[in-house]
Ligand binder design. Structure first.
Ligand code: ZN
Ligand code: ZN
Length: 246
Protein backbone atom coordinates (compact mmCIF):
# COMPACT_ATOMS: atom_id res chain seq x y z
CA UNK A 1 0.00 0.00 0.00
CA UNK A 2 1.25 3.46 -0.88
CA UNK A 3 0.59 6.33 1.49
CA UNK A 4 -0.33 9.47 -0.41
CA UNK A 5 -1.19 11.81 2.46
CA UNK A 6 1.41 13.82 4.41
CA UNK A 7 0.49 15.90 7.45
CA UNK A 8 3.77 17.69 8.14
CA UNK A 9 5.74 20.09 5.90
CA UNK A 10 7.60 23.36 6.44
CA UNK A 11 7.96 26.10 3.83
CA UNK A 12 10.42 29.00 3.60
CA UNK A 13 8.12 30.80 6.03
CA UNK A 14 10.18 28.95 8.64
CA UNK A 15 13.59 30.22 7.64
CA UNK A 16 15.43 26.99 8.38
CA UNK A 17 13.28 25.35 5.68
CA UNK A 18 13.93 25.80 1.98
CA UNK A 19 10.90 25.25 -0.23
CA UNK A 20 7.92 27.24 -1.38
CA UNK A 21 4.31 26.10 -1.79
CA UNK A 22 5.03 25.83 -5.53
CA UNK A 23 7.99 23.53 -4.87
CA UNK A 24 5.83 21.30 -2.71
CA UNK A 25 3.08 21.11 -5.32
CA UNK A 26 5.61 20.10 -7.99
CA UNK A 27 6.96 17.27 -5.82
CA UNK A 28 3.47 16.23 -4.73
CA UNK A 29 2.41 15.90 -8.38
CA UNK A 30 5.52 13.98 -9.30
CA UNK A 31 4.99 11.52 -6.45
CA UNK A 32 1.25 11.25 -6.92
CA UNK A 33 0.41 12.61 -3.46
CA UNK A 34 -3.24 13.51 -2.97
CA UNK A 35 -3.24 15.68 0.15
CA UNK A 36 -0.64 17.35 2.33
CA UNK A 37 -0.53 19.91 5.11
CA UNK A 38 1.57 23.05 5.35
CA UNK A 39 2.58 23.22 8.98
CA UNK A 40 5.13 25.91 9.68
CA UNK A 41 6.47 26.43 13.19
CA UNK A 42 4.34 28.35 15.67
CA UNK A 43 5.30 32.00 16.26
CA UNK A 44 7.22 31.38 19.49
CA UNK A 45 10.13 29.76 17.63
CA UNK A 46 12.89 32.23 16.78
CA UNK A 47 12.81 31.59 13.04
CA UNK A 48 9.11 30.96 12.71
CA UNK A 49 6.72 33.12 10.72
CA UNK A 50 4.71 35.85 12.36
CA UNK A 51 1.25 35.08 13.75
CA UNK A 52 -0.27 36.63 10.61
CA UNK A 53 1.23 33.89 8.43
CA UNK A 54 -1.26 31.48 9.94
CA UNK A 55 -4.19 33.88 9.84
CA UNK A 56 -3.60 34.52 6.14
CA UNK A 57 -3.31 30.88 5.05
CA UNK A 58 -6.86 31.36 3.76
CA UNK A 59 -5.40 32.82 0.55
CA UNK A 60 -4.11 29.38 -0.45
CA UNK A 61 -6.18 27.52 -3.03
CA UNK A 62 -7.78 24.37 -1.63
CA UNK A 63 -6.62 22.19 -4.51
CA UNK A 64 -3.85 22.85 -7.00
CA UNK A 65 -3.48 20.50 -9.97
CA UNK A 66 -5.40 17.79 -8.16
CA UNK A 67 -3.39 18.02 -4.93
CA UNK A 68 -5.22 19.12 -1.78
CA UNK A 69 -3.52 21.53 0.63
CA UNK A 70 -4.41 21.68 4.31
CA UNK A 71 -3.79 24.93 6.15
CA UNK A 72 -1.95 24.06 9.31
CA UNK A 73 0.57 24.83 12.01
CA UNK A 74 3.13 22.95 14.02
CA UNK A 75 2.57 24.82 17.24
CA UNK A 76 4.86 24.76 20.25
CA UNK A 77 3.87 23.22 23.55
CA UNK A 78 4.75 26.10 25.85
CA UNK A 79 4.36 24.86 29.38
CA UNK A 80 3.12 22.21 31.81
CA UNK A 81 -0.45 23.37 31.35
CA UNK A 82 -0.30 22.31 27.71
CA UNK A 83 -0.74 25.80 26.28
CA UNK A 84 0.37 26.33 22.68
CA UNK A 85 1.48 29.43 20.79
CA UNK A 86 -1.63 29.77 18.66
CA UNK A 87 -5.03 30.30 20.17
CA UNK A 88 -8.59 31.54 20.26
CA UNK A 89 -10.86 31.81 17.28
CA UNK A 90 -7.87 31.64 14.94
CA UNK A 91 -7.49 27.95 15.72
CA UNK A 92 -10.93 27.27 14.27
CA UNK A 93 -9.83 28.68 10.93
CA UNK A 94 -7.03 26.16 10.48
CA UNK A 95 -7.65 22.76 8.92
CA UNK A 96 -5.11 20.92 11.05
CA UNK A 97 -3.22 21.71 14.25
CA UNK A 98 -0.02 19.90 15.18
CA UNK A 99 1.96 20.58 18.34
CA UNK A 100 5.16 19.31 19.83
CA UNK A 101 8.13 20.07 22.04
CA UNK A 102 10.93 22.22 20.61
CA UNK A 103 13.99 23.08 22.69
CA UNK A 104 13.94 26.89 22.30
CA UNK A 105 10.36 27.13 23.60
CA UNK A 106 10.16 24.23 26.07
CA UNK A 107 13.63 23.30 27.34
CA UNK A 108 13.82 19.60 28.21
CA UNK A 109 12.95 19.05 31.87
CA UNK A 110 12.15 15.61 33.28
CA UNK A 111 9.92 12.72 32.30
CA UNK A 112 7.14 13.72 34.67
CA UNK A 113 7.02 17.30 33.40
CA UNK A 114 7.10 16.21 29.73
CA UNK A 115 4.32 13.70 30.32
CA UNK A 116 2.16 16.22 32.14
CA UNK A 117 2.64 18.89 29.47
CA UNK A 118 1.91 16.47 26.65
CA UNK A 119 -1.21 15.03 28.27
CA UNK A 120 -2.50 18.51 29.08
CA UNK A 121 -1.95 19.48 25.44
CA UNK A 122 -3.81 16.36 24.31
CA UNK A 123 -6.69 17.08 26.67
CA UNK A 124 -6.90 20.79 25.77
CA UNK A 125 -8.91 19.94 22.67
CA UNK A 126 -6.81 22.39 20.61
CA UNK A 127 -4.44 19.93 18.99
CA UNK A 128 -5.10 17.15 16.48
CA UNK A 129 -1.66 15.57 16.27
CA UNK A 130 1.31 15.47 18.66
CA UNK A 131 4.53 15.72 16.63
CA UNK A 132 7.60 13.58 17.28
CA UNK A 133 6.52 12.21 20.68
CA UNK A 134 9.39 9.71 20.36
CA UNK A 135 12.05 12.42 20.66
CA UNK A 136 14.65 11.01 23.09
CA UNK A 137 15.37 14.55 24.35
CA UNK A 138 11.90 14.50 25.92
CA UNK A 139 11.29 11.18 27.67
CA UNK A 140 7.60 10.56 28.43
CA UNK A 141 5.46 7.92 30.09
CA UNK A 142 4.53 6.33 26.79
CA UNK A 143 1.60 4.28 28.05
CA UNK A 144 0.02 7.23 29.85
CA UNK A 145 0.35 9.44 26.76
CA UNK A 146 -1.01 6.76 24.42
CA UNK A 147 -4.02 6.16 26.67
CA UNK A 148 -4.74 9.89 26.98
CA UNK A 149 -4.42 10.38 23.22
CA UNK A 150 -6.76 7.49 22.45
CA UNK A 151 -9.32 8.78 24.95
CA UNK A 152 -9.19 12.31 23.49
CA UNK A 153 -9.12 11.15 19.87
CA UNK A 154 -5.74 12.80 19.24
CA UNK A 155 -3.22 11.15 16.89
CA UNK A 156 0.43 10.59 17.73
CA UNK A 157 2.97 11.09 14.97
CA UNK A 158 5.69 8.76 13.79
CA UNK A 159 8.05 11.37 12.39
CA UNK A 160 10.07 10.13 9.45
CA UNK A 161 12.75 12.82 9.82
CA UNK A 162 13.51 11.59 13.32
CA UNK A 163 15.25 8.59 11.80
CA UNK A 164 17.31 10.53 9.31
CA UNK A 165 18.39 14.04 10.23
CA UNK A 166 17.20 14.95 13.67
CA UNK A 167 16.27 13.44 17.02
CA UNK A 168 18.78 10.60 16.82
CA UNK A 169 17.83 7.57 18.86
CA UNK A 170 14.07 7.84 18.27
CA UNK A 171 13.60 4.30 16.91
CA UNK A 172 13.07 2.40 20.15
CA UNK A 173 10.75 5.06 21.54
CA UNK A 174 8.72 5.10 18.33
CA UNK A 175 8.28 1.33 18.31
CA UNK A 176 7.13 1.53 21.93
CA UNK A 177 4.75 4.36 21.04
CA UNK A 178 3.30 2.45 18.09
CA UNK A 179 2.70 -0.58 20.30
CA UNK A 180 1.17 1.50 23.10
CA UNK A 181 -1.17 3.30 20.68
CA UNK A 182 -2.08 -0.06 19.12
CA UNK A 183 -3.00 -1.46 22.55
CA UNK A 184 -4.82 1.70 23.66
CA UNK A 185 -7.01 1.68 20.52
CA UNK A 186 -5.65 5.02 19.37
CA UNK A 187 -4.53 6.64 16.12
CA UNK A 188 -1.15 7.11 14.49
CA UNK A 189 -0.10 9.33 11.64
CA UNK A 190 3.15 9.48 9.70
CA UNK A 191 4.69 12.87 9.00
CA UNK A 192 7.63 13.51 6.70
CA UNK A 193 8.41 16.73 8.60
CA UNK A 194 9.87 18.00 5.34
CA UNK A 195 12.06 21.08 5.54
CA UNK A 196 12.69 20.82 1.82
CA UNK A 197 10.16 19.58 -0.71
CA UNK A 198 12.12 16.55 -1.91
CA UNK A 199 11.19 14.54 1.19
CA UNK A 200 7.44 15.17 0.99
CA UNK A 201 5.55 11.89 1.35
CA UNK A 202 8.71 10.00 2.45
CA UNK A 203 7.71 7.47 5.08
CA UNK A 204 10.01 4.49 4.63
CA UNK A 205 11.55 4.54 8.12
CA UNK A 206 8.26 5.37 9.81
CA UNK A 207 6.58 2.53 7.95
CA UNK A 208 9.22 0.09 9.11
CA UNK A 209 8.45 1.10 12.71
CA UNK A 210 4.72 0.71 12.16
CA UNK A 211 5.21 -2.72 10.64
CA UNK A 212 7.52 -3.80 13.43
CA UNK A 213 4.83 -2.82 15.95
CA UNK A 214 2.15 -4.62 13.90
CA UNK A 215 0.06 -1.49 14.02
CA UNK A 216 -3.32 -1.89 12.28
CA UNK A 217 -3.48 0.11 9.03
CA UNK A 218 -7.10 1.08 9.61
CA UNK A 219 -5.94 3.34 12.46
CA UNK A 220 -3.23 5.00 10.40
CA UNK A 221 -4.52 8.36 9.21
CA UNK A 222 -2.33 8.49 6.10
CA UNK A 223 -4.20 5.61 4.50
CA UNK A 224 -6.43 7.94 2.47
CA UNK A 225 -7.50 11.59 2.20
CA UNK A 226 -10.93 10.50 3.47
CA UNK A 227 -9.42 8.95 6.58
CA UNK A 228 -7.55 12.11 7.53
CA UNK A 229 -10.40 14.44 6.58
CA UNK A 230 -13.01 12.51 8.53
CA UNK A 231 -10.69 12.47 11.56
CA UNK A 232 -10.35 16.27 11.31
CA UNK A 233 -14.10 16.71 10.89
CA UNK A 234 -14.74 14.58 13.96
CA UNK A 235 -12.33 16.80 15.85
CA UNK A 236 -14.48 19.81 15.00
CA UNK A 237 -12.76 21.28 11.96
CA UNK A 238 -14.96 22.63 9.19
CA UNK A 239 -15.52 20.30 6.28
CA UNK A 240 -14.06 21.64 3.04
CA UNK A 241 -16.43 20.76 0.22
CA UNK A 242 -13.69 21.13 -2.43
CA UNK A 243 -11.83 18.15 -0.94
CA UNK A 244 -14.68 15.79 -1.86
CA UNK A 245 -13.06 15.32 -5.29
CA UNK A 246 -9.74 14.08 -3.89
ZN1 ZN B 1 8.89 19.70 15.22
ZN1 ZN C 1 8.23 20.00 11.88
Amino acid sequence: MKYLVDTHAHTIASTHAYSTVHDYIAVAKEKGLRLFAITDHGPDMADAPHFWHFVNLRVLPRIIDGVGILRGIEANIKNDAGDIDYFGDYLQELDIVLAGFHEPVFPPADKQAHTRAMINTIESGNVDIITHPGNPAYPIDITAVAVAAARSHVALEINNSSFKMSRKGSEANCVAIAKAVRDAGGLLVMGSDSHVAFSLGEFSQALAIIEEAEFPCDRLLNRSPEALLSFLAKRGHKTVDDFAEL
